[in-house]
Design a protein around this ligand. Structure first.
Ligand SMILES: [Zn+2]
Length: 207
């Protein structure tokens, strides 16, 4: 974690408070905006949960203290002027007190955000992989060994190809989803992650 030096932050500009933008570390969604004074920032670091200074309550307020929907701290950085914080968090439950995923509503905020679900799916696959083959399809696939898994990826790849030639768009989408899922399971079975695949792709397209 790259925690900014408390003394280097400019609390004076905002009367002792820094705006803190909270972003979902998995999806990149902007969840909410809160304010932190020195105390709130120190508490956030110590508790590993996001703690704000509530301007309405005039006290420290740990997000989720009554609802249970807390924000687990993953990383925290200051901006170029050192007067605004960006908090990366793992949200436990809806971020907004109105019950929506973010304080800016329910829907995705960017075209990139739905792709963030792949990271979420990856962690679900990791959880399933730890279950018994009787409990989970994913665990069963992995237990059957690399040959079976490779065969599944091959089959799904062929199904995407066939849909691509003569199928409807709905079939292409559905088969592509199957392929992606099985590819993620294959990666998981070898201890590899999707972001490593994306880095490989990115390295090929550097100008
Ligand atoms: Zn809200």
């Amino acid at each position: 974690m790259t925690l900014p030096d408390l003394d280097a932050l400019d609390f004076d500009k905002g009367g002792g408070l820094l705006p803190a933008v909270v972003q979902d570390v998995h999806t990149g969604a902007v969840l909410m905006l809160g304010y932190m004074n020195r105390e709130a920032l120190a508490a956030t670091r110590a508790r590993r949960r996001v703690v704000f200074w509530s301007r309405s309550k005039q006290r420290l307020w740990e997000k989720g203290e009554t609802s249970g929907n807390h924000l687990e701290l993953v990383d925290l950085v200051a901006d170029c002027d050192r007067d605004t914080l960006l908090v990366l968090a793992d949200p436990h439950g809806p971020a907004c007190h109105l019950g929506t995923r973010t304080c800016f509503g329910e829907g995705p905020q960017s075209r990139v955000e739905p792709l963030g679900f792949l990271a979420r799916l990856e962690s679900v696959i990791a959880q399933r992989a730890a279950q018994t083959p009787e409990q989970s399809y994913t665990a069963r696939l992995i237990a059957e060994g690399p040959r079976r898994l490779a065969q599944k990826v091959g089959e799904e790849g062929v199904e995407v190809a066939l849909a691509g030639v003569g199928g409807s768009d709905a079939e292409v989408l559905s088969e592509s989803a199957d392929l992606l899922f099985h590819l993620l399971v294959l990666l998981r079975s070898r201890g590899l992650r999707l972001d490593q695949v994306v880095s490989e792709l990115a390295s090929r397209h550097r100008p």
